[in-house]
Design a protein around this ligand. Structure first.
Ligand SMILES: Nc1ncnc2c1ncn2[C@@H]1O[C@H](COP(=O)(O)OP(=O)(O)OP(=O)(O)O)[C@@H](O)[C@H]1O
Length: 230
């Protein structure tokens, strides 16, 4: 039975202007993802994975095609909804926590629309979710790499984004930890019903986290298949 599509990328193409003219890096890329599922994009360096995430976040214009999320048009050629209006969260490989804010304030950073008490309650709830409640007053530099990535995840999830983009979030961690963390993050996304896209070079990570896995090769159409494990 086919489930309703929540995120739809329909034949998107992306390119960069260079001195030689427009250089296309992604051609006719499509994805349909139901709510609550994770799609993993696997492929060699330079095939355009991060460019696709940036286009979904609203930082790259589409040369053709369209992006829709929950029935709303985010982008098509000549139109792009502003990034802050997309309800899309992001998490990257460099932990990107604010060094001058403690853990609780890092998580609450994107919750400026809430009152102080609500912001604190929501931040604590997120800390609980990632299993680090005891670290609420710590500074980022006092935490391990894995802990910092858990906090980055808590921060990305706190505003309840419709879609979470994960760009190689485990690649600075050693092999053991990255697989454990991938499993943990998958459980958290499942628990919260979060829809997500993960970009990775790592097949194990994709197998652990992806409901759908897309293999990309430069110049070739993406090959999607459903994961046997997720
Ligand atoms: N701002 C930019 N201006 C010009 N070219 C760019 C820009 N960003 C990316 N590119 C080029 O687009 C291509 C795709 O880059 P992208 O970062 O999307 O690939 P990727 O698959 O995510 O690679 P990696 O796995 O190394 O992160 C590369 O050839 C890159 O050099």
């Amino acid at each position: 039975m086919s489930q309703a599509t929540f995120l739809e990328l329909e034949q998107i193409s992306l390119g960069y202007d260079s001195r030689q003219g427009l250089r296309m890096v992604v051609r006719d890329f499509s994805l349909q993802l139901p709510r609550g599922q994770t799609a993993c994009l696997l492929g060699p360096s330079g095939c355009g994975k991060s460019s696709i995430l940036r286009a979904i976040a609203g930082f790259e214009p589409l040369r053709s095609g369209s992006i829709q999320l929950n029935g709303n048009l985010l982008s098509r050629q000549g139109y792009a909804l502003a990034p802050e209006r997309r309800n899309v969260g992001m998490m990257f490989q460099d932990y990107a926590l604010f060094p001058h804010l403690n853990v609780l304030h890092n998580i609450g950073f994107g919750l400026g629309h809430l009152g102080r008490a609500e912001r604190q309650a929501r931040s604590l709830q997120m800390l609980e979710l990632v299993g680090l409640r005891e670290a609420q007053h710590a500074w980022p530099h006092e935490l391990s790499g894995g802990q910092q990535q858990r906090i980055a995840l808590a921060r990305a999830l706190a505003p309840e984004p419709a879609l979470l983009l994960l760009d190689e979030p485990f690649s600075n961690l050693d092999t053991d930890l990255r697989e454990r963390l991938a499993q943990e993050v998958k459980d958290i996304l499942q628990q919260t019903g979060q829809t997500a896209i993960l970009v990775t070079h790592n097949h194990r990570e994709a197998d652990i986290m992806g409901h759908r896995i897309g293999r990309m090769q430069p110049g070739q159409a993406v090959a999607w298949h459903d994961s046997a494990t997720a």
